[in-house]
Design a protein around this ligand. Structure first.
Ligand code: HSE
Length: 443
């Protein structure tokens, strides 16, 4: 297997993941070549920072800041895009495709927002776009949906697909500390971004869910329609309640299919969720990710692993690179449609409004500790047809200060809960808007 036989690769972005890609290609060159039957050759790398020593061997690789020259280089057959964002990344990805190059990317934001344009362009150009690293880091969840589970009608997905928020929630549960304190620690440990809003506001998870929904249900990419809530408003009292009532709080990305054929609708949402402490997802701690997929033939499956980080994400990128390199060798791109469904089969599918969903809810009220408040709250819930499963008051105040009241409801439609909360929050002794966290047990 001489270098003449090698498939040429160009890497744009030598940050954490890019460095990991170089490391894996170097370290595992032997096993990669044995599995492929030919070597991969990293021809060139482009990054704006050409000075910082990344501690990897870059000998024999052209390294400069010219990403345009990289996509123009005739020796490069596959472009790895690891710069993130929608600006230069979009332009370079489209540019590479127009030049007949295959693309491997970890850019979930780009694909969630501009996936249609990119996949359509790739289909017209007859090239591959591979993106395993964009969801769940090193977990091969996209390949599993696209290939291993492709005989199934997928019924439900429950994912912990943002490592930063899972770390923050695990620490808040463990230590009883406030969100801001724990977030600072996540940043210091390098889990959260310097601007962590994509993580903590659930946007990163919604980008990833957009891709999962398309691949699981053949739905067109619908990022802007996915109801998304982050974890900023959670308080230590919520974690105390979780402990007391046998739950853990997770930022879940949930997708389910309702009905069939013409009446098919998709449920998709990202929000903090109470899950039973005994469930497998409750045991996914720290920055780890997990995705539970329920298929009609296979039943429940669970995929677990590192959702971020240098080597786990590089594992997914290089796995894609090998798959695409095989296509280059065969001269046939697109062995499997990138979103699992043939492009002409992807349909715009209506989303089920949150108000129509049924489930139990956790309510945290802030009330003045006056006689009769609880009675008013209970009767408003009753008038709206909402049963109370448990209720308790956290602490008590003799001075009329606000105290939290925790309520777990029975199963009910969310629209009813919203209507009741609108009334409850108008009561004179309710001092702040009631916070609602959904409970999810069906997985
Ligand atoms: N910020 C992301 C996370 C990185 O915390 O999961 C991996 O997509």
């Amino acid at each position: 297997m001489g270098d003449r036989d090698a498939v040429g690769v160009g890497l744009i972005g030598l940050g954490t993941i890019g460095t990991g890609v170089v490391r894996v290609l170097r370290k595992n060159a032997g096993v990669i070549a044995q599995r492929l039957g030919f070597p991969l050759r990293l021809v060139r790398i482009a990054d704006l920072d050409t000075e910082t020593d990344r501690g990897v061997d870059l000998s024999g690789i052209r390294f400069d800041s010219d990403s345009q020259a990289l996509i123009d280089d005739p020796e490069v057959s596959i472009v790895i895009e690891l710069i993130g964002g929608y600006g230069a990344a979009r332009q370079l990805t489209m540019g590479a495709i127009e030049r007949g190059k295959h693309v491997v990317t970890a850019n979930k934001a780009l694909l969630a927002l501009h996936g249609k344009e990119i996949f359509d362009a790739a289909a017209s150009a007859g090239v591959d776009v591979a993106f395993e690293a964009s969801v769940g880091g090193g977990i091969p969840i996209l390949r599993s949906l696209r290939e291993g589970l492709s005989a199934n009608r997928i019924e439900a997905i429950h994912g912990i697909i943002n490592g930063t928020t899972n770390f923050v929630l695990s620490e808040m549960q463990e230590t009883g500390e406030d969100f801001e304190v724990v977030l600072k620690r996540a940043q210091d440990l390098g889990y959260a971004e310097a601007d962590p809003s994509f993580d903590v506001d659930g946007i990163d998870a919604a980008h990833k869910l957009t891709l999962l929904v398309a691949m699981a249900f053949g739905a067109e990419l619908t990022f802007k329609d996915i109801p998304t809530e982050g974890i900023r408003s959670l308080l230590p009292v919520d974690f105390e309640a979780a402990e007391e009532f046998g739950y853990r709080i997770k930022l879940l990305a949930i997708a389910k299919v309702h009905g069939e054929g013409k009446s098919e609708r998709i449920e998709a949402r990202v929000h903090p969720t109470f899950v039973p402490a005994t469930s497998l997802l409750a045991k996914v701690e720290g920055p780890m990710n997990a995705v539970a997929v329920h298929g009609d033939a296979v039943g429940p499956t669970l995929f677990y692993g590192a959702g971020a980080g240098e080597l786990p994400t590089a594992s997914a990128v290089v796995g894609d690179l090998m798959e695409v390199a095989r296509e280059v060798r065969r001269g046939s791109a697109g062995r499997v449609a990138p979103l699992s469904y043939l492009p002409e089969s992807l349909k715009r599918k209506p989303l089920v409004p949150l108000g129509d969903l049924e489930g139990r809810a956790y309510l945290c009220l802030s009330v003045r500790d006056e006689p009769g408040v609880l009675g008013h709250v209970a009767s408003i819930l009753g008038e709206n047809g909402i049963g109370i499963e448990s209720i308790f008051q956290r602490g008590s105040s003799r001075t009329g200060e606000a105290v939290p009241i925790i309520i777990f409801t029975h199963r009910t439609r969310e629209a009813r809960v919203r209507a009741a909360l609108a009334e409850i929050d108008r009561l004179p002794d309710v001092t702040a808007p009631t916070r609602l966290v959904r409970v999810e047990e069906d997985f």
